[in-house]
Design a protein around this ligand. Sequence first.
Ligand code: ADP
Ligand code: MG
Length: 728
Amino acid sequence: MSTLRFHAIKESLAYKPVVIEEKERRSDLFGKNVFNENAMRQYLTKDAFIGVMSAVQYGKKIDRVIADQVASSMKDWALSKGVTHYTHWFQPLTGATAEKHDAFFETVSEGMAIEKFGGSQLVQQEPDASSFPSGGIRNTFEARGYTAWDPTSPAFIYGTTLCIPTIFVAYTGEALDYKTPLLRALHAVDDAATEVCRYFDKNVKKVTSSLGWEQEYFLIDKALAVSRPDIALTGRTLLGHSAAKGQQLDDHYFGSIPNRALNFMRDLETECMLLGIPVKTRHNEVAPNQFEVAPIFEEANLAVDHNSLLMDIMGRVASRHNFKVLLHEKPFAGINGSGKHNNWSLSTDTGVNLLAPGKTPMSNLQFLTFFINTIKAVHQHEALLRAAIASASNDHRLGANEAPPAIISVFIGEQLTKVLEELEGVTKGKLSPQEKTELKLNVVGKIPDVLLDNTDRNRTSPFAFTGNKFEFRAVGSMANCGNPMTVLNTIVAKQLKDFKVEVDILIDKKGLKKDEAVFNVLREYIKSTKDILFEGNGYGKEWEDEAKRRGLSNNKTTPEALKARVSEQTIKLFEEMNVMSKIETKARYEIEIEAYSMHIQIESRVLGDIARNHIVPTAVKYQNVLIENVRGLKEIFDKKFDAVSKEQVKLIEEISNHIEGINANVTKMIDERRKANTMEDIEKRAVAYCNKVKTLFGDIRYHCDKLELLVDDELWPLTKYRELLFTR
Ligand code: ADP
Ligand code: MG
């Protein structure tokens, strides 16, 4: 092992950067490998083009004849670009993307062959799905699942394969992926938001949810990364003493990007351009070797696909530059972890961002309506939102120094807080003409110019309003955005639906004018949602106590947090909004809670193995060197022996203590793991892994990290933090 560490360091030092030259303009590259509107206009018949566009815009069904035409044109387009295979590309609940390639090639009679791709192959496929997680759905119902074309996300070419974005459902129709519920949620929010928009503008026919994600990641030299079994198997370091220098100097953040990383980014961005992923921003992050990439926001379904695709290609591109990308939320102790801010908003087909203040009092009232309804939705479903971002890896980040706390709250900024205070004073029932004028001129009319300064500077709020969008910051860097986006859009849809009912009652039964009714309902919402608003930085006991008083949940671990996924309220919500059936909701919970246990189980095994088989033997080896030394000293010195060997003897003893600490805790951990594994109840098992197994990681690590400081560097088998983090 020790040779592996030094071999890896040698290899990484000898690495010669692959220089990336950009010959073509990015705007020329953009979307070249996507069967987008442009390509469709060129390749599709008029009927087929209209068919696909109305499916994209209005969710209309595509019939078989049209599907055949589309498939045939897609094939021609793909063949013209040297493509040989096609695949249904989907996002199963494993968190990775999945694909199974088939060749276009088919034999026909008499030894001849052709390239073939028909509507039926485009529209539906039956992958062998038995090894994707299904949370019991497939056991209970049918052994098969199938993938079905999602025309709202365009097909693309990766390598020599035509990839067709699809949903993945059980034979009985239950969703087995992230995309299916997301599409249903987007449909729900479209319906509900369009209805509400029509109070303000009768021309609105569709509301689209948009997402702009900001992906954080670490880039580690590949040779160094593979020399660490913990990084290779769990994506993070399970032990390792902090480097003498960490991020305290803040010299990495927004500093110049190291050359080798820059070449990786250029290469990645070129791939993104070809695939139509509109990446725009790149910069260093706070921790050493940590970076961020962010695109221009897109329609949420497409943005989710693009993020999944990005995470996949990042790994492949990194390999070309001898890097390993770490998407884990907390790969290194003691320095910042990685998140994935989800910037979210709603906009109309008339081009209005519903979460941006407008130019007139009426458009501002519309803005306030969506703004306040979102706050209300978050307040009502804060526990579910927390559950939507829960994972074993994100647990390390939430509540750590740099990250949002595990308590969900909403930051809105000083100016909007004032606006809400004023609206809270609106008269009950009918408003006098003076009050209306006053509201229009001085409250609702005044929003645009006050907003400019509205940013959450400490950036720790889990859900912050940032001028023209909400930023859901607690999402983990490894997560599929489909999950949080499904929840957010569903809760907002439900809230808007309820809002419409309340406003209509005031109009129909109490004879209020439309804007009076809106003001009246918003006033009550402002009063009842104050507890979710929080402008502080969210660390420490003080906020935890305060949050408790306010009735907000504070679920620090995944097993605790996930309960909200199957609460009565959640099941009803998803059923009512036609996003997930009770079976689907429960299945997802099962998958997530089982994934949690498996995750901790793997980490625990790897940690036990490294501690016992790598660290302890190394410590013993070094201890023997010391013992030899002490023996020698005894031979040479007679009377002075005690004085000259004092430090060595102390070291020998210290090493023994740490070895004992490791062994005792590893034994205990294995024991607890064994107990957990015998538990039939998946919830109890997850809790045992969380509270009995995982809790021993810290003690084991403590002793290992102490030994790292004591043992001769030459002997130490594991690549150290300073080597992992400061090799460029
Ligand atoms: P930062 O949060 O780092 O300051 P920005 O606020 O400029 O960066 O933007 C972050 C992300 O928010 C980008 O992906 C951007 O495209 C996205 N974004 C901007 N406006 C919207 C919107 N209306 N809806 C969704 N995302 C948006
Ligand atoms: Mg941001």
